[in-house]
Design a protein around this ligand. Structure first.
Ligand code: ACO
Length: 428
């Protein structure tokens, strides 16, 4: 017999259906509550509200589990390529060898961006944040492909838009970086794989050869996989909600890029390095910064600590911490920031404040140190996150469209003034 939740409000009892997920997650469906009573539910920040049923990513915050389409993140990060994971997230299954080769060659066929878009870059100030440029450029793609305007169009057209996004965003991201350094843009080279191509466009200079280091390629591949999806987070929810108005996929992804930018979300990777550098420059007094983070009158927070869902550990952070040591060793990089990060983690994890609140390092705590070691400048960190998260956003958008989800439109409890009469300007 299916489970029913009973809610009593005054003299009325309402029966609400309970939905169970494939990992035995339970939800009380409150959709009909509004029709049968005058009540809505209120849950600021959607802390305990499910917005959809999804078959893409499963995570258990208490046990520190993260799986894409059922596959443990540990296995994917160790063994898969980022494009394989992108295929998995978007299509639901791992590709066969033939399917993968077809997918890869379709993406490779779209890595160039329209030459007219070069002019857009010229107009941005050199010190413009690359996330601002990326969000605008992704939205601008929609103007070059007007057939992308209708999200209900033929599956082939949707597929083409998906390939274009996966192919062109690395080019746009690398060009945003080149622009900020006043360096000439580097065009994609299609014999290179996805990660190699991105590194080539970032670091090749016309004056010298650029040899792609396989250690750097591997670490980039792993970081992109670890960031590829994270179910209904702030940016994925943004993509779904913007897409639910039937805005096109480029516009929806552009909104996701903007949502990711904030320091409480993807912008944390930049904020972590800025925080660690500040601590280092200030003499490395960790206790001082831990005390600041605990002080409710001080806006300072330990960036890279805490997570809405993980209250035990973030499995991505565990993988990244190990990789960080390995990669720095392999590259022969000695970064004092890593030592500060490790000591800060050690201090915080012994502190009652952090233990009580279940505050652990999240995915962003160590990722910036790896990005820095492979030559990515700090202001590009969140762009790297966006590159990784792109397949997740696409998968979330596609699922939302295919499930025929209604437009996202929350309710509110109005707490403003009651009705009052207008008074003319000269009488106020
Ligand atoms: N430093 C100090 N205190 C913290 C921190 C932190 N990093 N994070 C949470 N807390 C405290 C809060 O002050 C609050 O304390 P209280 O109960 O005494 O009021 C308690 O822990 C719960 O925190 P909330 O902010 O209510 O938790 P929420 O789920 O809303 O926020 C978030 C999660 C935004 C990630 C938060 O932990 C944070 O700001 N972390 C730092 C930024 C960061 O690293 N963001 C990246 C997240 S991962 C990602 O998006 C990819």
């Amino acid at each position: 017999m299916s489970e029913i939740a009973k809610l009593t409000l005054g003299n009325e009892t309402y029966e609400l259906p309970v939905t169970t997920g494939s990992e035995n997650e339970k939800a009380i469906e409150i959709g009909k509550l509004r029709g049968e009573s005058s009540y809505i539910t209120l849950d600021k920040g959607f802390k305990n509200t499910g917005a959809c049923k999804s078959a893409i990513t499963f995570l258990d915050g208490e046990k520190g589990i993260l799986r894409y389409r059922g596959y443990p993140i540990e296995q994917l990060a160790e063994q898969a390529s980022f494009l394989e994971v992108a295929y998995l997230l978007i299509n639901g299954e791992l590709p066969s060898k033939h399917e993968f080769e077809t997918f890869e060659s379709k993406i490779t066929g779209h890595t160039l961006v329209h030459e007219d878009m070069r002019a857009f870059f010229e107009a941005y100030p050199r010190n413009a944040h690359p996330m601002g440029i990326l969000a605008s450029m992704v939205c601008s793609l929609s103007t070059f492909y007007p057939e992308s305007q209708d999200p209900n169009r033929a599956p082939k057209a949707v597929e083409l838009t998906i390939h274009r996004l996966l192919a062109k965003i690395p080019t746009l991201a690398a060009w945003a970086f080149k622009h900020s350094h006043s360096h000439p843009f580097v065009y994609p080279v299609n014999k290179l794989n996805y990660c190699e191509n991105f590194l080539h466009m970032m670091f090749k200079m016309p004056t010298e050869d650029y040899e792609i280091d396989p250690v750097v390629v591997d670490s980039l591949n792993k970081l992109l996989i670890l960031h590829a999806d994270h179910e209904q987070n702030c940016s994925a929810s943004t993509v779904r909600i913007v897409g639910s108005s039937q805005a096109n996929l480029y516009a929806s992804i552009s909104a996701g890029v903007s949502a990711l930018w904030g320091p409480l979300h993807g912008g944390a990777n930049q904020a972590v390095i800025e925080m660690l550098t500040r601590i280092e420059e200030d003499g490395g007094d960790l206790e001082k910064y831990i005390a600041k983070a605990k002080d409710k009158n001080d806006p300072f927070r330990l960036m890279g600590f805490g997570h809405r869902v993980y209250k035990n550990f973030d499995p991505r952070a565990k993988i990244i911490k190990v990789s960080c040591d390995e990669i720095l060793n392999k590259l022969g990089v000695n970064d004092p920031t890593l030592e500060i990060a490790k000591k800060l983690e050690e201090h915080a994890l012994k502190d009652e404040y952090f233990v009580e609140r279940g505050l652990y390092p999240n995915v962003d705590f160590y990722s910036g140190i790896i990005y820095r070691a492979i030559g990515i400048p700090t202001e590009m960190f969140t762009v790297m996150f966006a590159l990784g998260r792109l397949p997740g956003w696409i998968a979330q958008w596609k699922e939302m469209v295919e499930n025929g989800e209604p437009i996202g439109r929350p309710r509110q409890i109005y707490v403003g003034p009651n009705k009052r009469d207008y008074v003319a300007l000269d009488k106020r």
